[in-house]
Design a protein around this ligand. Sequence first.
Ligand code: BEZ
Ligand code: FE
Length: 258
Amino acid sequence: MSVQVQSERLATVMPDMLAAIHEVIERHRVTEAEWMTALQFLTEVGRADEFILFSDVTRTSVLIDTLEHGGDESGATASDVEGPMYTVEPPFRKKIYEEYEGMGDDDPLFVRGRVTSTTGEPLPGAIVDVWQTGPAGGYDIWDERQPEGNFRGRIKAEEDGSYEFQTMLPKPYTVPTSGPVGRYLEAVGQHPWRPAHIHLKVTAPGHRPLVTQVFFPDDPYLENDTIGAVKPALVRPVEKHDDHLTCDFDVKLAPQSA
Ligand code: BEZ
Ligand code: FE
């Protein structure tokens, strides 16, 4: 009795995937003990909920993002990987943080721009969803000094598509290293640092959602982000004013049909 193929795509991709894995195992004469260690490691990655992190640090997420959007001729803003730190539906607010002990006294940063369609028309009501680390202590989830949801927020674009939010310039940080992925990084000699960045997820009706990141010049990790996610088009200057900083970041979304 023949088993019905449930997924054409799986039936196409899996034999090649397995052939590639088998070829590497054969070429390196991987031992039984090594294979068991690998399976144990993957089990731990799953238990620790670190599969997205593992996909990121092995630069598989970047590869998938490039395949999905790399040849995008639509004129949309360059996309980037989402990473594992997004949390859904942060509050609508223009200042996306509350002060916390030890955050330092850096000047605030205003990120601003316009959300338009690639055809140039403004997209009023577009939602700009942002998340980032603070100026000290990383993401709110890791730093008990920060209130829950700190440095996360949503902003609704105005009639002319403009948006602005108040934040602080983030700093480079290390991806989580206390779990199995941290052990992996140490074992293969890969550093865990990411350059400072702000994540954005931008949505508007009738347009393809965009997930991206903004980076800043002169960061020591721009050239060697541990997840390899820096794109030159996403590195934006920061302008210094008397008591604050600004960074301009216009966002173009492709119409759904494009
Ligand atoms: C992030 O950018 O938030 C991130 C990406 C990969 C791993 C961990 C964090
Ligand atoms: Fe991040």
